[in-house]
Ligand binder design. Structure first.
Ligand code: ZN
Length: 280
């Protein structure tokens, strides 16, 4: 099942067509995309039995994030060994670095992003997981049962402000407007042959800059849910950015950052793509 946010309304994508959930359910479910996660099990049951044949064509530019207003966004740093190495850090043990991308930075999949002045704006393609069932003290073996689905995320990062001062400013440097595109929709875990092994790719102006597989995550999606939910409850609709593989601009020699006019395309196998263009 593919769940989208089309022009701010909860939508199912079936065979490439959009079905408005509030209309198809005769008001049984709210049009608010964020509200569905509170009723996730009921929604899955309804969607499995509903007549979803009357879809309409849509423009991907009208898609928003499938989880546009999470109560918590948890983003994971240094979760691939090759990226930790290119960043000059040791790979984490026990618990990886965790920061947030503030909710105002979340957007849909096709956007124009203004580059912060004086900065070094960088790309990080990531698998994003959205929580469908409250998770508190969840064992790794049970963790997938708490995931509503997976989406593509870009953890766009301004490196000057991220790394300024006596301690890194991860959350602020990664939360400029438009710095957290998520989409193009949420794909439920049952849609994948193996949700723990998906290819991620990222191109700048058509040139491949990142390519990795989620099987190389140091902390897999279930491992992250177990470790995070041992500290705090993960709430329905919460968003987890799971970390990026090697190939970011900061780790290149010479370093390379995004410029006005650049087009960034981020894909995850079995989900779809994000497309960002950058302006001065
Ligand atoms: Zn990241």
């Amino acid at each position: 099942m593919r769940i989208a946010n089309l022009s701010g309304r909860l939508t199912l994508i079936v065979d490439g067509k959009a079905i408005d959930v509030e209309q198809a359910s005769n008001g049984g479910f709210s049009a608010d995309p964020q509200a569905v996660y509170e009723r996730w099990d009921v929604f899955r049951t309804w969607a499995a039995a509903a007549d979803l044949s009357a879809g309409a064509a849509f423009d991907p530019a009208d898609l928003g994030s499938p989880a546009p207003a999470p109560r918590q966004t948890l983003a994971i740093g240094l979760n691939y060994r090759d990226h930790a190495a290119e960043s000059g850090f040791a790979a984490p043990e026990g618990l990886p670095p965790v920061f947030t991308k503030f909710a105002s930075s979340i957007t849909g999949p096709v956007t124009e992003v203004k580059l912060p002045g004086g900065g070094h704006t960088d790309w990080e393609v990531e698998l994003v997981a959205v929580i469908g069932r409250r998770a508190e003290g969840v064992a790794e073996a049970d963790a997938w049962d708490h995931v509503a689905g997976l989406a593509v995320g870009q953890d766009i990062s301004e490196r000057v402000s991220q790394l300024a001062g006596p301690a890194p400013q991860f959350s602020l440097g990664k939360s400029y407007p438009g710095f957290a595109p998520v989409g193009p929709w949420l794909v439920t875990p049952d849609e994948f042959d193996d949700p723990d092994d998906l290819e991620l790719r990222c191109t700048v102006n058509g040139e491949e800059v990142q390519k990795g597989r989620t099987r190389d995550l140091i902390f897999s999606v279930p491992a992250l849910i177990a470790r995070l939910s041992a500290v705090l409850p993960l709430l329905p609709g919460d968003v987890i950015f799971t970390g990026t593989p090697a190939g970011v601009g900061l780790g290149r020699n010479p370093q390379r950052f995004l410029a006005a006019g650049d087009e960034l395309v981020s894909t995850v196998e079995g989900i779809g793509e994000l497309r960002q263009t950058f302006t001065a």
